[in-house]
Design a protein around this ligand. Structure first.
Ligand SMILES: NC(=O)c1ccc[n+]([C@@H]2O[C@H](COP(=O)([O-])OP(=O)(O)OC[C@H]3O[C@@H](n4cnc5c(N)ncnc54)[C@H](OP(=O)(O)O)[C@@H]3O)[C@@H](O)[C@H]2O)c1
Length: 421
């Protein structure tokens, strides 16, 4: 098959596989393998993976509590990388594009169908914890320019799910509305950013005071510790002067749903994403939903069309996903251990990500890049456009990122607003 590439491509790749060793047990070991880089077909591209994000179910796959049909699956559904070769017929993307893909590769628009579940990365098919991946071009989306690969890798699963809750449904969150967000995980933090960006109020329910302190630092002042306030729905009503919220991002499932509904205004929408609090209390859920005329809306990730919409929204509002810790590719096992133990300690916020790039040049995708404020200059990496420099002397980019050599794109650091038009 004819392909286009400008780079010498390695014939082999390193990847991690979650291998089921013992048929009697569903537990798996994370095993490093070296395999041939697959051939590139028509309509496909070869992506050099730069970062892969760990999601809630990844440690469960290793622990055998979230079975997947593939006995030697490559884990991680979230990724960000660079296109290094394109197959025949690919016109929408080119070499050098920074890209990602949603968890269901075949979920391109509308609603998911049963057949699409077979395209679920790190479940039915191999995921992204690999140096290279051949992927269908139609599944890929280009990344917001201002995000690092590590940040962008978190968007594939929790990002697009959160965006689907806030702005993907038939009833989008509006300015001035209040959104109740359960827990403080990846979906919750992303949903809060999207809700705040449209001008909605957010109420969080974290489990610890340590998390409350971090949320307050991020500017979220309405928080209820659901451990110390087991009847947290009453507290939500107090915070909304008895009115209730207009949307709930429902991560808990049957154990929390009745209280979520009890936190609602009449006609509210509950966006059902997770099952963190299953299965203890199932009583009164139907009755509660009826009495508040609540619309229960199942949300399963989101299509590529919505992913593109989300990336435009992220760029426009200069949002950045919250990261907790980044591990190197060789430390994948440590990343899993960390995520597992972190769940128990319960005081950390943000995503755990694995940096896949071996040379550490996470952002060196090109020798030059364009000024992010569209001033038309081609810039050497980490350099400032002349017009931005005039407008923003001394206020350029983030020093910490620059020191780590991971500055993705320079920008005028006026709280994310381009100032030089
Ligand atoms: N629908 C979809 O397409 C989709 C996509 C991705 C994930 N999910 C599911 O959505 C859920 C959240 O995923 P995630 O990636 O955001 O998880 P995550 O990043 O691993 O975070 C989980 C968070 O949930 C909170 N939590 C734990 N027990 C809770 C409870 N009983 N009630 C409320 N919150 C609780 C914890 O915060 P606190 O300690 O503050 O409680 C924890 O930080 C999971 O069930 C996951 O499988 C669904």
């Amino acid at each position: 098959m004819a392909t286009t590439t400008t780079t010498a491509i390695s014939e082999t790749l390193r990847q991690w596989r979650a291998v089921q060793g013992d048929e009697a047990s569903l537990k798996r070991d994370l095993v490093s393998t070296e395999e041939a880089v697959p051939a590139l077909g028509a309509g496909e591209v070869l992506v050099k993976i730069r970062a892969a994000a760990l999601n809630f179910t990844e440690p469960m796959i290793l622990g055998g509590t979230f079975p997947t049909p593939a006995p030697r699956v490559v884990p991680c559904s979230g990724m960000a990388g660079d296109i290094i070769a394109v197959g025949e017929g690919v016109t929408s993307l080119k070499i050098g594009d920074r890209v990602s893909a949603g968890r269901l590769l075949a979920f391109l628009e509308g609603f998911p169908t049963g057949q699409m579940y077979g395209s679920s990365s790190s479940m039915a098919r191999d995921g992204m914890l690999a140096e290279y991946k051949v992927l269908p071009a139609e599944s890929l989306v280009t990344l917001p320019e201002h995000l690092t690969y590590e940040e962008a890798s978190t968007l594939s699963c929790v990002g697009v799910t959160a965006f689907n809750c806030i702005l993907g449904g038939p009833r989008k969150v509006q300015k001035g509305e209040t959104v109740l967000i359960l827990g403080t995980g990846g979906i919750s933090l992303a949903a809060a950013q999207f809700a705040r960006a449209v001008g909605a109020e957010v109420i969080f329910t974290p489990s610890s005071d340590a998390k409350i302190a971090q949320l307050k630092e991020m500017g979220y002042s309405k928080v209820i510790n659901y451990k110390t306030h087991p009847e947290w729905n009453t507290e939500v009503l107090k915070l909304t002067n008895g009115r209730g919220v207009q949307h709930v991002v429902e991560n808990g499932g049957m154990g929390s749903l009745a209280r979520s509904i009890g936190s609602c205004e009449m006609g509210c929408w509950a966006h059902m994403t997770g099952f963190l609090d299953e299965p203890s209390t199932t009583s009164n859920v139907s009755y509660a939903a009826i009495m508040r005329s609540v619309v229960l809306r199942g949300v399963f990730c989101g299509p590529a069309t919505l992913f593109r919409e989300m990336n435009a929204f992220i760029s426009e509002n200069r949002l950045r996903p919250v990261l907790d810790k980044v591990f190197e590719f060789d430390q994948a096992k440590k990343a899993y251990e960390y995520l597992g133990s972190r769940g128990a300690s319960g005081d950390k916020l943000g995503k755990v990500v694995i940096r896949v790039t071996e040379d550490g040049a996470v952002v060196a995708r090109a020798e030059t890049k364009r000024c992010i404020n569209n001033h038309g200059f081609e810039l050497a990496r980490n350099h400032l456009c002349q017009i931005c420099a005039l407008c923003c002397p001394g206020r350029v980019s983030e020093p910490a990122e620059r020191e780590r050599g991971r500055l993705d794109a320079h920008f005028c650091a006026h709280d994310a607003q381009p100032v030089c038009f």
